[in-house]
Design a protein around this ligand. Structure first.
Ligand SMILES: [Zn+2]
Length: 351
């Protein structure tokens, strides 16, 4: 990559002070940002291509903390989650390697085009997803859709997840990482969760799963498994600093405290939660408790878009509207969720 500098842009650093540099310059050498600052304070090295950033804003890359690649969108509208799931699963029953590759390629391209540089993808045939990521240079965490309960064999196997660790973890200059993916408590056995916890410790891998997305789902988990979702995951030993839970719409205050105490992170997916009428996650309470919360699109099927700009706007507005509080989730907080907090939640940077 040739060295270049972008001059006279408004730079949103998202540093600990949320500094905004109104007339900023950024220098990239050998593919690495080497200088960021006020234009008058930065010396652009000889040989750098200079791009005029006047009238533009520069932001860190956005991080999609929860997605599922797919070729489907706009085909299962106006359905609640439990009605929607069997339709969605038709795609997985018919999935092939080629289908997975093209799904990932299109979704990753759409993500890149809207400013997303890192995607947590829970999907299938993830060696082919890694091929798609390589073509685009996107950072992707591969979290296979593991399901090992009887009748759920149309998702990924635990064996596939184990194989992927050895073939793909920390490949493509570290842009590709493998996570332990677990679909849901109704799809995975206790053994699958315990094995994920073990492999996470052994290889230093993250663990990604869904948790407490819908009220009816939470009630069904309690009725069938004898504990609420978070308590069940806790019982299986998977809560901790390497674990990222998608949704958590129905967590109560004790559960939020437990998530905070264990250092577990949450991927908040407000558009998906609204589209499937799942509810509004208590994000201000999560943040107040010290939980690291990132944003996720949940993929095209339950969002119809992969742009995190839409997610940012919606995340802020839905809290303001439902709490009758215009101060809820202001822009600087939302921008942190879509960037640095998302990077922390998905393990790209230390806390
Ligand atoms: Zn999901």
């Amino acid at each position: 990559m040739p060295d270049f500098a972008i001059r006279h842009a408004a730079i949103f650093t998202v540093d600990p002070q949320n500094r905004v540099i109104p007339d900023g310059t950024l220098v990239v050498q050998d593919g690495v940002i080497t200088q960021v600052g006020d234009d008058r304070a930065v010396t652009v090295p000889d040989g750098c291509e200079v791009i005029d950033g006047r009238g533009h804003a520069l932001l860190p890359g956005l991080v999609d903390c929860h997605s599922h690649s797919s070729l489907m969108r706009g085909v299962t509208e106006n359905m609640p989650l439990m009605e929607w799931l069997p339709w969605y699963q038709l795609e997985h029953r018919a999935m092939t390697e080629e289908f997975a590759y093209h799904s990932a390629r299109l979704c990753y391209l759409e993500a890149l085009q809207s400013g997303t540089t890192c995607v947590m993808d829970m999907f299938r045939y993830m060696d082919r997803c890694a091929d798609a990521a390589a073509e685009l240079g996107l950072r992707v965490q591969l979290a296979p859709y593991v399901a090992d309960r009887p009748g759920k064999d149309f998702f990924s196997t635990r064996e596939e997840n184990r194989r992927l660790i050895h073939s793909h973890h920390e490949t493509q200059n570290g842009r590709i990482r493998v996570w332990m993916g677990l679909e849901h408590l109704f799809y995975c056995t206790g053994d699958a969760y315990r094995e994920a916890a073990e492999l996470s410790r052994e290889y230093g891998l993250g663990i990604h799963t869904h948790c407490s997305e819908q009220k009816e789902e939470e009630q069904a988990v309690t009725a069938e498994l004898g504990r609420r979702s978070l308590a069940m995951l806790d019982h299986y030993g998977i809560l901790g600093e390497r674990t990222l839970l998608a949704h958590c719409v129905w967590l109560n205050s004790e559960e939020i405290a437990r998530v905070a105490d264990t250092g577990t992170s949450i991927a908040h997916c407000p558009v998906s939660n609204a589209k499937l009428a799942s509810g509004v996650a208590p994000v201000p309470e999560m943040l107040a408790a010290g939980v690291t919360v990132g944003l996720g699109t949940d993929g095209p099927v339950c969002n119809n878009s992969l742009t995190l700009f839409e997610e940012m706007k919606f995340a802020s507005l839905i809290q303001k509207a439902t709490r009758l509080d215009a101060t809820a989730l202001p822009a600087d907080q939302i921008l942190r969720m879509a960037t640095i907090n998302g990077a922390k939640a998905s393990g790209w940077t230390t806390r």
